[in-house]
Design a protein around this ligand. Structure first.
Ligand SMILES: Cc1ncc(COP(=O)(O)O)c(C=O)c1O
Length: 496
């Protein structure tokens, strides 16, 4: 295995920093925690959180099982690291059944102030990188196991990947999908001829059922992020990146259960030890950073997130011990940046990417990686399976976050021409009305009418111009709030 850059034994500053000062709203809180010989720097600011691990590393050789059903391939008492050799074996085996996805320079690279490349693994047939691990795990089965088949629990991308490659390789696949799984993804697995069982209110219940069935029917349970073959398969992305973009300064990788970053980091650190490995999580499910704090996987309550592919409550034991010594920085981003990243990828790069897949770019947009200015950086766009309705909402949230969709209530005169005057102001400014309604029944002043408007502007500066103009004309005007983090950053950039 390649040499790790850093070791980690951190105590993270969550709500209460152990040593540090709270500064004004737009500044960051920096905390250095000490745990034995190890130190970690944790920075919290409006955009999220950054954890820079320590230079020395003491990873436990085993973890507590806490009453969970043990998958023999992901055993807390015996966590397995994968090696560089595992990844080259995977690359050799899967090469005929997996797309070698492009990694072009971003068309807007210069606007980010870096030499930015996008590894487009959402272009795999089923829309995500998960096919790499799934195919390798299936091809590595014994002949007998290939006849009996495999089982897994998954909300979506892993289930689709396993179902599709099982179908192509003629290996029976059963997937247990929780009731919350998107209907489209359930249907896709059925189209790929898998035995699909929709059961359990969440992943925990679905997994318990899948493990029980695995035991009863002698099927192999394939954990979607922690089975060693899954991690090795995902690692083949790292080999491709280094062929396509030699000696990158950094690779940015979304983190859910940790298998993806474990595989890619193993490949990259072996061949290019100076390349920084940067993980990204959503603030709604920071299970890897919590595992870093705990120095071992720990259950993290997760909330609804745009990055549903990252919503894994507990990272994998194998993934944790493999990835931890190889990670240079972990960034936890807030949701508004993920929405904005989805929007930017559609508008600028013509890529439809799901929240999890866009979170790498979100970390850059959030300004959490200033050290990468002027550097050669690869961002992994690892999934494109986004519900059409969720996609629509993400675009609107992204527009609102960027100040391009503005909502306001204004009281105008109820005399003839009052609303006309408002429309004229908007029209002169070049602002486009998306929605408009008015009401008069609840107003104190019977000669006024309240008009509610949602409108589109060119950019942040344009919406600022609109707000100033409205305030000049009307005494009662109220704007809906912008997400705080983005608002602060715009001020700092002098755009407001
Ligand atoms: C699109 C996407 N990106 C990233 C991840 C995270 O991968 P891992 O769970 O191996 O960390 C997932 C996991 O399902 C995913 O679907």
């Amino acid at each position: 295995m390649g040499g790790g850059s850093n070791g980690v034994e951190v105590q993270m500053a969550n709500e209460k920093p152990t040593n540090g000062t709270k500064s004004p709203a737009n500044a960051s809180t920096v905390t250095t925690t000490t745990n034995g010989a190890n130190k970690a720097i944790i920075k919290e600011n409006l955009n999220g959180k950054i954890v820079i691990p320590s230079a020395s590393c003491k990873i436990p050789s085993q973890f507590e099982a806490n009453g969970e059903i043990i998958d023999p391939h992901c055993d807390p008492k015996n966590p397995q690291k994968i090696s560089f050799h595992d990844i080259t074996s995977a690359a050799f085996l899967i090469k005929d059944g997996i797309e070698r996805t492009p990694c072009p320079r971003s068309t807007t690279s210069d606007s980010y102030g870096m030499d930015l490349y996008l590894k487009k693994d959402f272009l795999q047939y089923t829309g995500s990188f998960k096919e790499r691990g799934a195919r390798y795990a299936l091809l590595s089965l014994s002949d007998e196991q290939k006849k009996i088949g495999v089982i897994s629990a998954s909300l979506g991308n892993h289930a689709q990947a396993l179902s599709y490659h099982g179908w192509k390789l003629n290996i029976p696949v059963t997937v247990v999908m929780p009731k919350a799984a998107p209907i489209m993804k359930i249907q896709k697995c059925r189209n790929y001829k898998a035995n699909v069982i929709v059961e359990g209110k969440d992943m925990g219940e679905a997994k318990a059922l899948a493990m029980k069935m695995a035991k009863e029917q002698k099927m192999l349970y394939i954990n979607g992020y922690d089975h060693p073959h899954i991690m090795a398969g995902q690692g083949t992305i790292g080999l491709e990146i280094l062929e396509q973009v030699p000696n990158p300064d950094a690779v940015i990788i979304p983190v859910g259960g940790g298998g993806l970053i474990a595989g890619i980091a193993t490949a990259i650190k072996a061949l290019s030890p100076k390349t920084k490995i940067i993980g990204v999580e959503s603030a709604k499910c920071p299970s890897f950073s919590n595992a870093m704090e705990n120095n071992g996987p720990i259950h993290t309550p997760i909330k609804n997130t745009l990055a549903d592919g990252l919503a894994v409550p507990k990272v994998g034991y194998n993934a944790f011990v493999t990835a931890l010594p190889l990670i240079d920085k972990m960034v936890v981003v807030k949701e508004e940046w993920i929405a904005l990243a989805i929007l930017r990828l559609v508008e600028e790069e013509k890529c439809v990417v799901e929240g999890a897949g866009a979170s790498g770019l979100a970390a850059i947009l959030a300004g959490q990686l200033p050290e990468l200015k002027g550097k050669k950086v690869v961002v992994l766009l690892c999934g494109g399976n986004i519900d059409t309705t969720v996609f629509g909402r993400c675009l609107e949230r992204g527009l609102a976050a960027e100040g391009r969709l503005v909502k306001f209530n204004v009281e105008v005169s109820d005399r003839p021409g009052g609303i006309h005057e408002l429309c004229e102001i908007l029209s002169e400014l070049g602002v486009s009305i998306k929605d408009i309604m008015h009401e008069r029944a609840w107003l104190k002043d019977i000669y006024t009418v309240e008009v509610k408007v949602v409108c589109e502007t060119r950019d942040w500066a344009h919406s600022t111009e609109l707000k100033e103009e409205l305030k000049r004309h009307y005494s009662k005007v109220q704007f809906s709030e912008e997400p705080l983090a983005i608002h602060e950053q715009m001020i700092n950039q002098g755009k407001k």
